[in-house]
Design a protein around this ligand. Structure first.
Ligand code: ZN
Length: 411
């Protein structure tokens, strides 16, 4: 078991004038306390405490100063202390809250002074979403945090740690890709191919999909009714409760997905790349058959950090057509019903297939190349066994067009 540590970056979102003033007050009090303790040459926590205790600061900032000042005075030779020190808080100072129903999803509680704190909306670095999910679930530990202003914007940097299992020394080719499909009907579907290449052991979380849909619907109808009655507070706490229930479902399902992966030899979990999805032209269409963006990102982030805890690698692939292609022949088919995929290729043995499982297999099949294996195949220059292309000129033309489209899409 190893420990991962990271500095998480959060940007405070447009604090109003009142909150800006409070942040500046905290910073000024902190700077004065720091300078005074430094100028007094405090070399122990006790000495530093005697100086900083009188300042209008939270215990978290004072405790951080008590630790920090002796480090400074013993490391630097009483040199000048510059002004740009961030405000430090000890580990218990900050609190994080997640409200996926809001446009700004994350909130941080920043200590101001004794018994007074500020809750502020914050925008995290999107790359660090898995860390926030882990912190929010208590699966990562928050360390010291630093508050500072740069070019008029306030930031928080938070040190976080969590456990990770070292991965096994297996090459990419030796791994078994497990496709993870996230959807509206079945919340998550996983599947992989066995040693003979046959799709095997599909698992669907369909009841959970139903539960989440019901909770979301309750949320939207009930909170709207409460809000029109002016019961904003009740609406908010009711909403929080429902989203917590959804989050509980998410955590259970993502744990079970990682358990599934653990039961497979040399597993790698394969997810669809969210960046592609965001940049894709048919984003709206894509999301319509999905959860809203938040659910998708949340499930991904939870799977990621839980997989890391177990030493299971995670890879992302191009999501284009994963739900539309036939996993057996690559033909683009259709869904006569939500849960059914129908292949339109007469020469294909498949006919009908469970739609979500078909999607999961397609995702798994993109593991090594990142792309559909059929499209890869079309683009092969075919120099192997058969000696030369069998395609007619107009087909080559069609291939070239396809490739171009793909290139634009992937860039
Ligand atoms: Zn087919």
């Amino acid at each position: 078991m190893t420990t991962l540590t990271k500095t998480l970056e959060l940007k405070l979102v447009e604090p109003n004038a009142h909150k800006r003033r409070k942040l500046r007050e905290t910073r000024e009090a902190y700077q004065q306390a720091l300078h005074d303790a430094f100028d007094a040459g405090c070399t122990t926590q006790t000495e530093a405490n005697d100086v900083v205790v009188n300042y209008k600061l939270s215990g978290y900032a004072k405790n951080a100063l008590k630790k920090y000042v002796p480090q400074l005075t013993t490391t630097y030779n009483a040199g000048e202390l510059h002004d740009a020190h961030p405000v430090r808080f000890t580990n218990e100072g900050l609190r994080l809250d997640h409200k996926p129903e809001n446009a700004i999803e994350w909130y941080v509680k920043i200590p101001h002074h004794e018994d007074y704190h500020l809750w502020m909306p914050a925008q995290p670095n999107p790359e660090q979403r898995d860390w926030l999910e882990a912190l929010n679930a208590g699966d990562a530990t928050m360390g010291e945090s630093r508050l500072f202003e740069r070019d008029g914007t306030w930031y928080l940097h938070v040190t976080a740690t969590r456990d990770a299992e070292g991965g096994s020394e297996v090459s990419d080719e030796e791994r078994t890709p497990i496709g993870v499909d996230i959807g509206e009907a079945s919340l998550v579907t996983v599947c992989h191919r066995d040693d003979h290449g046959c799709p095997t052991a599909p698992e669907l979380w369909a009841d959970e999909g139903k539960t989440v849909r019901r909770l979301r619907k309750t949320y939207f109808t009930a909170t709207r009714r409460l809000q029109t009655r002016g019961s904003e507070r009740i609406a908010e706490s009711f909403g929080d409760d429902l989203w917590n229930q959804i989050d509980d479902v998410f955590h259970r399902v993502t744990r079970e997905v990682v358990d599934y992966a653990e039961s497979v030899k040399n597993p790698v979990l394969v997810l669809e790349n969210l960046t592609y999805i965001r940049e894709s032209m048919d984003y709206g269409e894509y999301m319509n058959r999905r959860l809203h963006g938040w659910g998708f990102a949340k499930l991904h982030a939870q799977i990621r950090y839980k997989a890391v805890e177990k030493g299971i690698p995670v890879k992302t692939v191009n999501p284009r057509n994963t739900s539309k292609e036939c996993h057996a022949c690559g033909e683009v088919g259709y869904r006569p019903q939500q849960a059914t995929f129908k292949c339109t290729n007469d020469a294909c043995w498949m006919g009908e297939y469970q739609a979500d499982v078909n999607g999961a297999v397609n995702i798994a099949d993109r593991y090594l190349s990142g792309e559909s294996r059929f499209r890869e195949h079309e683009n092969d220059d075919d120099s192997a066994e058969d000696g030369g292309r069998l395609t007619a000129p107009q087909d080559s033309q069609a291939d070239a067009t396809k490739q171009e489209t793909l290139g634009t899409y992937a860039s």
